[in-house]
Every structure is written in C-alpha cells, then in structure tokens.
Design a protein around this ligand. Structure first.
Ligand SMILES: NC(=O)c1ccc[n+]([C@@H]2O[C@H](COP(=O)([O-])OP(=O)(O)OC[C@H]3O[C@@H](n4cnc5c(N)ncnc54)[C@H](OP(=O)(O)O)[C@@H]3O)[C@@H](O)[C@H]2O)c1
Length: 293
C-alpha cells in the first residue's frame, strides 16, 4: 500500500522510517529535501509538494512544526486536501491548536475527504522504537482504517471522538512536561547555589514517590551540559502558548504554566530556541549567576 508522508524532521523521519521498514511504499515531501535522502536511497518516492504526495496516496501522514505550517501543508494551494482522492485520510501527528484541527476536520469532510488528528507522547527514541503513546481523534470508522499503521508507530492508543479532543489531550500532557521541566530546573539551580550537589538531589528524588523518569534523564543531561535537541525550546514555547490560549478559552487559570512560559520565552530570547527544551535552565542560571554541572 502506498502511504504519503509530509515532514521529515526529528520526529517525522523516524516515524516515516518505521512505516517504510514495515513494508509500506512511501511518497514523501519535506521543505528541506536533503533530509529525505536516506529514505530516497531506500526506494522512497520524492514529491515536490504536499499535494503531489497526496495524489499518490489514500493515506497521508504529517509531522510538522506548528498550526500555521499544518494549515499551509493541509489546505494551502499546494496542500494535501487538494491532492487526496475522495475518501482519503490525512492523519496529522503534530502538536497544534484544537481550533486548527477542528477546522481542518470540518473542511476535509465538506470536500468528501477526512482529517484525523493523532498527536503523540514520546520523543525521538520512542518514535524510532515504535513505542509512542498515540491519541487518535476522529470518527471511529476512520481511526479503524489507519489503525494498522498507528500500531506500527505506538505501543498504546487512546481514542477520541473528535480531532480537537485529541489536540487538547496532547496539550494537557505537555502541561506536565513544561511544569516538570521548570520545577527540575529551578531546583537544580537553587540547590547548586546553596551548595547541594545536583547528583544528590536527583538521587533523593529518584528514591521518592515524586520521581519521574524525565527528572533522571533530563537531570543527567543537564549536569553533563548536553543540550543536543530531541525536542526544541521553541516547540515547547509554542506548546505552552497553545496551552495558555486553551486555558483562556475554557476560562481555566494556569498560573504554573504562565510561570514556565516566562522562562521558555526568555530562553528563546537569549538564543537557546533550537537547543533541547531542557536548555531553558540556562535562563534561570543567568539570573542566579550559577551553572549546574
Ligand atoms: N521532538 C519531540 O520530542 C516531539 C514529541 C512529540 C510531538 N512533537 C511535535 O512534533 C512536531 C514536529 O516536531 P520535531 O521535533 O520533529 O521538529 P523539527 O525537527 O523541527 O521538524 C519540523 C518539521 O516541520 C517542517 N517545517 C517547519 N517549518 C516549515 C514551513 N514553514 N514550511 C514547511 N515545512 C516546515 C520542517 O521542515 P524542514 O526539515 O525543512 O525544517 C520539519 O519537517 C511539532 O509539532 C512538535 O511539537 C515533537
């Protein structure tokens, strides 16, 4: 079966690779063609636009940076919507706004085609291993059609009746990530300033009911000053802004997320936007005039 894939970034590339390795024939588009080269060497077909990808495929997956780029790749002049055959399905896995996914689902349906939002929890290693947690959102009969592909990409799925509910769920998960990262970074900086070794703090947290694997993995990479990105600060800031927008619309106060937003935003202003999201600690370190290592 031929599947289309749009967006071969840090997450899209390993996801597309899994589909290829599972035996699907892939047609792909990425803004930067070079990133597709390893796949093209394995027989994947290059297309010059998202529309051209969709013309070859009943199912098109996408994993791209944000809501604006998704709208352009989906319903822009060269978008997936205009190439998909009648009844075809666009499955987007990016983290984007509920308004965008709701709008696209309605637009596709009014054109006799379908849009599912299927965001994921997990990062580059989980994408490569096929152990993502996936939240497909849309009518059950459509999810059933793409389920065999989703099972190649993830270890568990939680289904939602509508695209925007899946989008909200992903934002709720990232509310945890933003808050936990901010708490970890603040504690490591304050501990260092007070004279407590980060390794001791991480060990204590690791032996307590407060532990989370993320505290240990990010704690160790921060101490080693490794900020090679798996998920960039800019994307975390994008998600935090989406969460705060959703909070305003639903009239839910989100003070903890607002505090994290200020730190991620400052980290971007300081030039750390393309580093791993844990590099937000550098903004706190600057104020405290100390480096955690
Ligand atoms: N990394 C993670 O751990 C993780 C986990 C879960 C969800 N996500 C979400 O997954 C999505 C992708 O993240 P990522 O980490 O894979 O980021 P990434 O490596 O920066 O990839 C972004 C993708 O979007 C494309 N893109 C960006 N701007 C574009 C534009 N103006 N026009 C066309 N294409 C454009 C990029 O193309 P180029 O290659 O040409 O730049 C690339 O294919 C984001 O929504 C992110 O929030 C990420």
């Amino acid at each position: 079966m031929n599947i289309g894939f749009v967006g071969l970034g840090m997450m899209g590339f390993p996801i597309a690779t899994r589909l290829l390795t599972a035996g699907y024939h892939l047609s792909v588009y990425n803004r930067t063609k070079e990133k597709a080269q390893p796949l093209l060497k394995r027989g994947v077909v290059w297309c010059d636009s998202p529309k051209a990808v969709a013309e070859k495929s009943e199912y098109v997956f996408s994993m791209i940076s944000n809501s604006e780029v998704l709208e352009k790749c989906a319903s822009g002049a060269d978008g997936i919507l205009h190439g998909l055959p009648a009844g075809g399905i666009h499955v987007d896995m990016s983290t984007v706004s509920p308004e965008t996914t709701q709008k696209l689902a309605a637009l596709y349906e009014s054109n006799g085609k379908y849009f599912l939002h299927s965001p994921v929890l997990g990062s580059v290693p989980q994408a490569a291993e096929g152990t993502l947690l996936i939240f497909p959102g849309g009518p059950e009969r459509l999810i059933a059609r793409v389920e065999p592909m989703l099972k190649i990409l993830g270890s568990r799925m939680w289904r939602f009746e509508r695209a925007e509910l899946a989008s909200y769920t992903k934002l709720l998960c990232n509310t945890f990530i933003a808050g936990m990262m901010n708490t970890l970074a603040q504690s490591l900086v304050m501990g260092t300033k007070a004279g407590i070794a980060p390794s001791v703090l991480l060990e204590i947290i690791g032996n307590s009911s407060m532990n989370a694997p993320m505290y240990q993995t990010k704690g160790k990479t921060i101490v080693a000053r490794q900020f090679t990105p798996r998920f960039i600060v800019e994307h975390m800031l994008k998600d935090v802004n989406l969460i705060l927008d959703a909070g305003k619309k639903l009239n839910v106060p989100l003070e903890g997320t607002e505090a994290a937003q200020r730190v991620f935003s400052e980290a971007v202003s300081l030039g750390f936007g393309k580093e791993d999201y844990s590099a937000m600690i550098k903004a706190i370190e600057r104020h405290a005039d100390v480096v955690v290592k």
